[in-house]
Design a protein around this ligand. Sequence first.
Ligand code: 8YV
Length: 326
Amino acid sequence: MKPAVLVSREVFDDTLALLAEHCAVTSNQADVRHPPEALAALMAAHDGAVISTNDRIDAALLDRCPRIRVISNVGVGYNNIDVAACTARGVMVTNTPGVLTDSVADHTLGLILATCRRLTEAEHYLRAGRWQANFLKQMLGKDVHGATLGIFGMGRIGQAVAKRARGFDMTIRYHNRQPLPPEQAAGAQWRDKDALLAESDIVVLLTPYSPATHHMIGARELAAMKPGSVLINVARGGVVDDAALVDALRRGHPWAAGLDVYENEPQFDPRLLELANVVLTPHIASASEPTRRAMANTAARNCIAALTGQVPPHLLNPEVREATRA
Ligand code: 8YV
């Protein structure tokens, strides 16, 4: 009998076809968001689940689903999953690194440009019929070329952002817990957190969310940013204290922000909407059609591998598989 797989949200038809080669699939092409209770009830009848980063997997839910052997996340960030609770129950966890790196880096550059050159504010001005004349000091922004870029989280995506930034003649600094080997840093210099905030014209956040990075950027850090600088958050809601950011943006320090992620998504601090010096996108950094397809198909392959005795390509808790084999 084929293993049973729940796909919690809408995916591409070819993702379902791929899964159906090996599994009996329960899909959700109507894309109804299952509340936690309903998700647990559904998952209880399946061997594997392909889930979205909006689905929360915790110990209480897992205890209701003893049949589940793999949780396959459609996304690289997996702070929605209690991996330790999965490991303790022998449940494999997988994610989709790599396939979204370039799309997220592209979007990051888009947010940098839009924020520094006030693109969305300028478009609103034009659409509102307020463009009556051309004048020298119209919509003055910040230059992107030649700026000092400070990247928090110089992993795959950070390095892809740095590669693009070099094309804009930017000076690149970064902060990771440990400095990278020189060949990976490719000329970018490591700074401690405070030095990076103080030196950068553009600060980009790409740090994964965890209790350790909760409110990593709060009132103190915002105040420590260079005058006239810009903050870009494509990491996760919760890495920035959004309330502190609103207060700081109201004072014009930082000068502006570009945000793709928020605390309590899809809710967000409504005061952000009152600010002209912020560019807002709804968590779409990975949302090019080929990339979202590659993410869903990678998740499907991870799930199939886990349920057919293979090692999933992106297994986050290999100790589960080792325990099964022992
Ligand atoms: C989202 C992301 O997951 O991969 C991640 O960690 O944050 C995004 O790509 C995307 O919204 C898919 O649900």
